[in-house]
Ligand binder design. Structure first.
Ligand SMILES: C[S@@+](CC[C@H](N)C(=O)[O-])C[C@H]1O[C@@H](n2cnc3c(N)ncnc32)[C@H](O)[C@@H]1O
Length: 266
């Protein structure tokens, strides 16, 4: 099934963080894919976050067969390809042409039907109530503004639909700062009031919220939180996203949050 597009006037000029993150992903895509592909492919394709916890264990998406499933900020779309193989009507959207090129190559190898759309998750080019499930594994809720993304996900979800995503945890943000490149055991950045993290010229812009702000935003947008998971890795767990030092840190503090929400309404 083709993605249910809706005509939207193109924004005159993308917000500065969108331009910065587009440039960042265009510059780093090949490096990123080379470093992480083995942890994102095959058995790990349907798995969450830094520790690649299998969806079969967490069940954040619920049933997908025959459902309309949108992956926001899909990257190379490995998740969406795996879901399409399991009978989901998957659609992927991402900002980066390089990521989408990679996604198209993987899609043709997998021979699945998977519409891939280039676009900004802050203004989704889909009609209201088009999807049963919307999800993101470290993309849309970290690199785009949650104040825009959460209401957009609510809009394109059908009542009762699921939103699930992995994103940063405030502990990660308050224990590092631009240029440090590792997690500290000291509090370096205020928890209150830190909403946008600018890692400097040529680097990405990320977003974070306090837990109270996340809950208020979800309630305003018509979501009820069903589960919140702060994964604690076992001793010796490895992540291609972290140094050994940061892996040790992450056994004491949560580096990421996994959310499962339900769109209100009937
Ligand atoms: C860490 S990757 C996540 C993709 C995949 N889950 C993975 O782990 O490789 C982050 C993705 O977010 C995308 N992205 C960043 N800002 C975006 C935006 N405003 N709209 C759509 N995609 C965006 C980037 O292009 C990139 O592909």
């Amino acid at each position: 099934m083709a993605p249910r597009r809706r005509a939207r006037p193109a924004p005159r000029k993308a917000a500065s963080h969108v331009r910065r993150n587009l440039a960042f992903w265009e510059r780093t895509q090949a490096w990123y894919d080379g470093r992480h592909a083995a942890r994102l492919d095959g058995a790990h394709a349907m798995a969450w976050g830094h520790w690649r916890i299998p969806e079969s264990q967490l069940q954040l998406l619920g049933p997908v067969r025959g459902r309309d499933v949108l992956e926001v900020a899909c990257g190379a779309a490995r998740w969406s390809i795996a879901l399409a193989r399991r009978g989901a009507r998957s659609v992927g959207i991402d900002l980066s042409p390089s990521q989408l090129r990679s996604a198209r190559a993987l899609r043709s190898r997998a021979r699945v039907r998977l519409p891939l759309v280039r676009g900004n998750v802050e203004a989704l080019p889909f009609r209201d109530r088009s999807f049963d499930v919307v999800f993101s594994d470290w993309g849309a809720f970290t690199f785009a503004d949650p104040e825009r993304v959460v209401p957009e996900c609510a809009r394109v979800l059908r009542p009762g639909g699921r939103l699930a995503f992995a994103a940063t945890n405030p502990w990660r943000e308050v224990t590092t700062r631009p240029g440090l490149n590792h997690q500290s055991r000291r509090l370096l950045v205020p928890y209150f009031g830190t909403r946008r993290l600018d890692f400097g010229p040529g680097d990405s812009v990320e977003f974070t919220r306090t837990f109270q702000e996340w809950f208020e935003l979800f309630a305003r947008s018509g979501f009820a939180v069903e589960r919140l998971i702060e994964p604690q890795p076992s001793r010796g767990a490895r992540s291609s996203y972290l140094s050994v030092r940061d892996e040790r840190w992450a056994r004491s503090w949560p580096i990421e949050t996994l959310w499962q929400l339900r769109r209100a309404g009937n």
